[in-house]
Design a protein. Structure first.
Ligand SMILES: CC(C)(COP(=O)(O)OP(=O)(O)OC[C@H]1O[C@@H](n2cnc3c(N)ncnc32)[C@H](O)[C@@H]1OP(=O)(O)O)[C@@H](O)C(=O)NCCC(=O)NCCS
Length: 350
């Protein structure tokens, strides 16, 4: 009897594997966007009083001026809730119409249950399924791709896609190299199987676990559970190899942007606006320079929010929307990169 193992099919070449997938069966539109950042502002001057740093160093090396910090007791799902309510209201959709809630986060309310469950209850999304997606700063692109696939395939009709993080809860405020970078926030989009709204076109994503150590929270997982020692050593906080991440980010940013435009038969010039992960202004400038993208086409709000990981892209997307920069017909690329290592891009016709 023939078995699958005895008649292996011809392996696909890398070129075939990266070609554009079959067109989706249903069109998927973004009907509403929303975001939320906590009230408390942590400025560079505040950080000067906490660690050996300066406003001048932070601004010139990162482009950051301030970031938002969640209040004690304000969890990731609380931030996500406000962003979600705004997105639903703009979409004209009731929470009860949602089929699925996808929450990209690396700072869940709890290890178990998923933050999506807390958000489902708070929203009153009575019919919704849901789960969390953990891909750090590329989390939102992965969540958008997942929601898009569910809707395009007919599995679901309405999805809430969130990126939310409270990085302040995993930041060591004695480590000047990392603590100046991070902030808290949330962003949301409501997706519907519809030809209305901004049309989601395509996604490119990837990971390389070979670089896992470059951005890592060393303890608190199954490999190194929490103990007095891990707490005393700040092992529940993010540790970075900043310079290495910087180089990776510039290279991958350029690569992924070229990839998503080429495989959808666009030229880079066709892109009207890039909404990038806000890791460092110099990363964005170097990446833009590498692909020949004018900085006017790169949306930047890093000065006000810093790096908010999974929230960074949807927070910037909503900011761009509120500033009137997402006019109908514009071709918009979302570009993420970060922990994993991970990278990804989404293409949207607004
Ligand atoms: C972290 C980052 C801002 C550092 O900028 P940089 O220009 O690469 O700076 P370097 O690491 O070369 O450090 C330069 C000097 O500044 C010092 N320095 C680091 N942080 C500092 C701070 N907050 N204030 C003052 N000095 C600081 C360093 O100790 C170093 O001193 P030295 O030259 O005496 O050794 C930058 O590399 C970056 O943004 N990397 C990516 C960040 C990241 O991983 N984000 C998360 C994933 S997206």
């Amino acid at each position: 009897m023939d078995s699958i193992a005895s008649s292996p099919s011809k392996p696909r070449s890398a070129r075939e594997a990266s070609s554009r997938p079959r067109p989706a069966t249903r069109r998927v539109g973004i009907l509403g966007v929303g975001s939320y950042a906590p009230e408390r502002v942590l400025t560079n001057d505040d950080l000067e009083r906490m660690v050996d740093t300066s406003d001048e160093w932070i601004q010139t090396r990162t482009g950051m001026r301030e970031r938002r910090i969640a209040a004690p007791g304000q969890a990731t799902s609380d931030l996500a809730l406000v962003a979600a309510e705004t997105a639903l209201q703009r979409a004209g959709l009731a929470a009860s119409a949602l089929d699925v809630i996808l929450v990209a986060t690396v700072t869940p309310d709890h290890v178990c249950p998923a933050t999506a469950c807390h958000l489902q209850r708070k929203l009153g999304a009575t019919r919704a399924a849901g789960f969390d997606i953990s891909v750090a700063c590329t989390g939102f692109v992965n969540a958008l791709m997942t929601g898009h696939s569910f809707l395009a395939s007919g599995t679901f009709s309405n999805a809430l896609v969130i990126g939310a993080d409270t990085l302040s809860t995993i930041t060591n405020y004695e480590d000047r190299e990392s603590c100046v970078l991070f902030g808290d926030g949330a962003g949301a989009v409501v997706l519907s199987a519809s030809s209305e709204g901004a049309q989601v076109i395509d996604h490119v994503v990837g990971i390389d676990g070979g670089g896992a150590e470059m951005i890592i929270v060393p303890a608190g997982g199954s490999l190194r559970p929490a103990s007095h020692e891990t707490v005393d050593n700040h092992e529940h906080a993010l540790k970075l190899q900043g310079r290495k991440v910087f180089r990776f980010a510039v290279t991958k940013f350029a690569e992924v942007l070229k990839q998503i435009t080429a495989r959808n038969d666009y030229a880079l010039d066709d892109i009207d606006l890039v909404i990038p992960h806000q890791a460092n202004l110099r990363i964005l400038e170097a990446a833009a320079d590498r692909v020949g993208l004018p900085m006017e086409k790169m949306f930047v709000n890093i000065d006000r929010y810093g790096n908010t990981s999974s929230a960074s892209i949807p927070l910037a997307l909503d900011d761009a929307y509120r500033q009137g920069r997402l006019e109908r017909g514009k071709l918009v690329a979302l570009v993420g990169f970060g922990g994993g290592l991970s990278w990804g891009a989404s293409l949207i016709r607004w």
